[in-house]
Design a protein around this ligand. Structure first.
Ligand SMILES: Cc1ncc(COP(=O)(O)O)c(C=O)c1O
Length: 416
């Protein structure tokens, strides 16, 4: 199998050149071309429909990155858009809140096991920032034990630039799946640790995705209790994807606080921190949380409608079922290939990781992603993929076909 020709990306690349003159780096963070395969991926998208995106040069892709998570249904959902437009006509940005705030929080309380009270914010970083602020306010302690990516704020950003050393020293990392290291950190910091924040499904950057090993989340819960620290599940990715009540519902372990976002409103910017009333209540007086745009209601209306559709159409079960088949087929394809790579993930979040011990690791990975994007499958080398509700059986079969062909090109160009 040979490489297919390079895509026409003329308009995307010209826009990117322009952007670099007017904005530092052209585009922000994880959307920069070097996070994909530079020169092979589009930089600008024109529009999306169902499970597809179309770039500004007219290339159409099956999109399994799903906007890095928010697209649980599909691109352009008329029912959500209509609800949002109706709200727009009434107004959505006031000095006071609108009743939909209460409706949405009550709904989160009904759905999420740990939720007794909630605060609505906008981004995932807002929500995790709120959770650690509340945990610090409640405990009167400063240190944070964390496992996973939690956003761009000072307390958790992984790139040290611009963050005071003193702030960085307050956050301690522990590896997913390893109770011993967590316990050691708790012992060493028992008078200073405010909280443990963890993504209940393990998805470290560029590494395999893992469902919680047997007993792991229970172990984290019991260590949090033993050392009297607040346990936060960061369910920004797993919320409304792994189950309606999040990974905590599927795996049966309830944290003290939970953050959710991404899939909550199918792309509209909204997130939340929910949790035990006793802890959440520090946000009544003791800690300050406010932003001009937090009360804007368009995203709340979008979330209510998105949750209606998720429930009415049993979306999570459907995505899980398709994901199971996809993972099974993916394992077969990768198993038959000689390329040193491993399939990991849970059904809604599949992934392939290339073996870092392989001397051709980088070339093989680049060759694979060059050939998936050229064949019309939008996936990312460092971030797991997602299944959305509007991915049709045909989309998923086509995606598997592309993956099989791309692996054959890798075998051809870099024989094992
Ligand atoms: C688990 C998790 N927490 C927090 C965040 C930060 O969310 P946002 O990018 O919306 O600020 C992300 C984003 O990818 C995430 O995956």
């Amino acid at each position: 199998m040979k490489s297919t020709p390079k895509l026409n990306l003329e308009k995307s690349l010209a826009l990117f050149e322009e952007a670099k003159q007017i904005s530092p780096g052209g585009v922000m963070g994880i959307r920069r071309p070097y996070n994909f395969v530079e020169g092979e991926y589009p930089v600008y998208i024109n529009r999306g429909y169902a499970g597809h995106i179309i770039d500004v040069d007219g290339n159409d892709y099956i999109d399994m990155l799903c906007a890095y998570g928010p697209i649980i249904l599909g691109y352009h959902e008329p029912e959500i858009n209509r609800a949002v437009i109706e709200q727009m006509e009434k107004g959505f940005c006031f000095s006071l809140v609108q009743p939909v705030q209460n409706e949405l929080i009550k709904r989160l309380i009904d759905l999420i096991p740990s939720a007794e009270m909630g605060l609505l914010v906008k981004t995932g970083s807002d929500a995790t920032g709120v959770a650690v602020r509340i945990a610090r306010g409640y405990s009167g302690k400063d240190k944070i034990l964390r496992c996973g990516y939690h956003g761009w704020m000072d307390w958790c950003v992984e790139v040290p630039g611009g963050v005071p050393q003193k702030v960085r020293e307050l956050t301690l990392d522990f590896p997913y799946g390893d109770l011993e290291t967590l316990e050691k950190l708790l012992q060493e910091n028992k008078d200073e640790a405010a909280c443990i924040i963890i993504t209940p499904v393990g998805h470290p950057l560029g590494q395999p995705v893992s469902a919680p090993p047997q007993g792991y989340l229970e172990g984290v819960r019991s260590l949090a209790d033993q050392y009297e620290v607040v346990l936060i599940f960061d369910e920004i990715r797993s919320g409304f994807r792994v189950a309606m009540g999040g990974a905590q519902e599927r795996y049966g372990v309830t944290p003290d606080l939970t953050t959710i976002g991404k899939a909550m409103a199918n792309g509209y910017p909204i997130s939340a921190c929910v949790g035990k009333a006793e802890i959440m209540k520090v946000a009544e007086d003791d800690v300050f949380i406010s932003s001009t745009f937090f009360p804007n209601s368009l995203e709340m209306v979008a979330a209510m409608k998105c949750l209606d559709i998720l429930e009415r159409e049993n979306v999570i079960d459907a995505v899980w079922e398709r994901g199971e088949k996809f993972l099974e087929q993916l394992k077969k394809i990768v198993g038959q290939s000689k390329v040193p790579a491993t399939v990991s993930g849970i059904p809604p979040m599949p992934f392939i990781t290339f073996d870092k011990a392989d001397e051709h690791y980088k070339n093989r990975r680049i060759c694979f992603y060059t050939n998936t994007i050229r064949r019309g499958l939008f996936v990312q080398p460092y971030h797991h993929w997602y299944i959305s509700y509007r991915h049709t059986a045909e989309d998923l079969e086509n995606a598997l076909q592309v993956i099989a062909e791309a692996l054959q090109v890798v075998e051809n160009d870099y024989p094992v």
